[in-house]
Design a protein. Structure first.
Length: 398
């Protein structure tokens, strides 16, 4: 074959390649112009966190937060090892040592420190700690959902006590209109613009309470639909899929998450719903997540994407072991990922969710799950499946 023919052939192949690339780009642009749904995509990082120092074991892991340095904080419950002897208690082997309930990890997944778990000067540690938040000043907040817990606590990152709001004592009962204490709090979350803490109050009470972050004083509160909260039996007494939704929170009121544009998204877990309010407690809207779910419900926790508009909303569903991804403006579910199990990328009782500045998600698991996992943000991608299943590294199952 002559050099001229070879040159013509090579040119023809190159033109075909260019046309193919151009057609692919045109097709992608056309698909997007035609309304192809895009959503955030994630992959589980099975190497995160790194192995704990020594033979450390987590208890039920019931809170996760991320600070300004993208360090990850969790709270878990000690003394719940189910047959595994803690170090120093009739120890018969090397395993296991209990970590303190508050644990900090760096971005690489290395455990940096742990603290907490006992009363100290001026404060009482909850009988059942629950939920964690690191505010814009670096302070660490926790709640308590035990039968004696009517308090929230604020510490420095090295565990120095700052503030207790409410009390811990025997004989507490629900009082969703109290202005001086809580009852079985699920979670706290600070809103820096107003220096207020939004309390999901929670397991015993059935309300959202708003607290001054410096004094700990309750400023206002509200129940479902912005109603005055009422304790006691609900109508209907049990959640029925497809039935009338209760006019009060069925609870637990498991999260109260403020957004940058001034709304609060509240998890009413066993009603399988999220209600949206203004910062002052005026009812705006509601939607249900997998409303056929019974038992302990589908709406466990919420986080928002890190773009300025917080376009996407992530709902942690501990009943169905999924993270649901919503368009926040339209309240439309775009896709979901995850499944039940103990392997990386699966959950056994998905409980809490947090997001870092890069858009990576972190989750914790309660009951027998007892771990924290990282899901790496991989950017936006076209949605090809409503339910992605387990998002393994390198998978293209969105």
């Amino acid at each position: 074959m002559s050099k001229r023919n070879l040159l013509i052939g090579a040119t023809f192949v190159a033109l075909l390649g260019a046309l193919a690339v151009g057609q692919s780009m045109f097709s992608k642009a056309a698909a997007q112009a035609a309304g192809t749904v895009m959503a955030p995509r994630f992959e589980v990082d099975p190497s995160w966190p790194k192995p704990f120092p020594g033979a450390v074991q987590l208890g039920t892991t019931i809170g996760v937060a991320v600070d300004a340095q993208d360090h990850v904080w969790i709270v878990h419950r000690t003394g719940q090892q189910d047959g595994v002897e803690a170090a120093g208690t009739n120890k018969t082997g090397l395993c296991c040592t209990e970590a303190k309930p508050i644990i900090e990890f760096d971005q690489a997944g290395t455990m940096l420190r742990s603290w907490g778990g006992a009363d100290g000067p001026g404060y009482q540690w909850p009988s059942s700690n629950h939920g964690i938040w690191v505010d814009n000043k670096g302070n660490v907040w926790i709640g308590g959902n035990g039968g004696t817990d009517g308090l929230i606590l604020k510490f420095t990152q090295d565990g120095k006590f700052i503030l207790q709001s409410g009390i811990k004592k025997e004989g507490l009962t629900a009082d969703s209109n109290s202005m001086d204490r809580f009852y079985e709090v699920a979670k706290v979350n600070m809103y820096p613009k107003t220096n207020e803490v939004f309390v999901a109050d929670g397991y015993g009470n059935k309300r959202v309470a708003v607290v001054d972050a410096d004094t700990g004083k309750i400023k206002r509160f509200w129940g479902a639909y912005g109603n005055k909260p009422v304790d006691g039996p609900l109508t209907p007494p049990q959640y029925q899929p497809g039935g009338t939704l209760a006019q009060q929170f069925r609870g637990p009121v498991h999260c109260a998450e403020p957004t940058t544009d001034g709304f609060v998204y509240v998890c009413d877990r066993t009603n399988d719903r999220v209600q949206v309010f203004t910062l002052e407690g005026k009812y705006v809207n509601e939607f249900q997540v997998m409303p056929e779910s019974r038992g302990d419900g589908s709406t466990w926790d919420i986080q928002f994407s890190k773009d300025p508009a917080q376009k996407y909303m992530y709902v942690a569903d501990g009943r169905n072991q999924k993270i649901h991804i919503y368009d926040r403006k339209t309240l439309t579910e775009l896709t979901s990922f995850g499944s039940g199990g103990h392997y990386p990328g699966q959950w056994y009782s998905l409980h809490s969710i947090a997001i870092d500045s890069k858009g990576n998600l972190y989750t914790t698991e309660t009951y027998q799950g007892r771990r924290v996992q990282k899901f790496t943000y991989k950017g936006l991608a076209p949605v090809t499946k409503k339910d992605q299943g387990v998002v393994w590294p390198g998978s293209t199952n969105q």
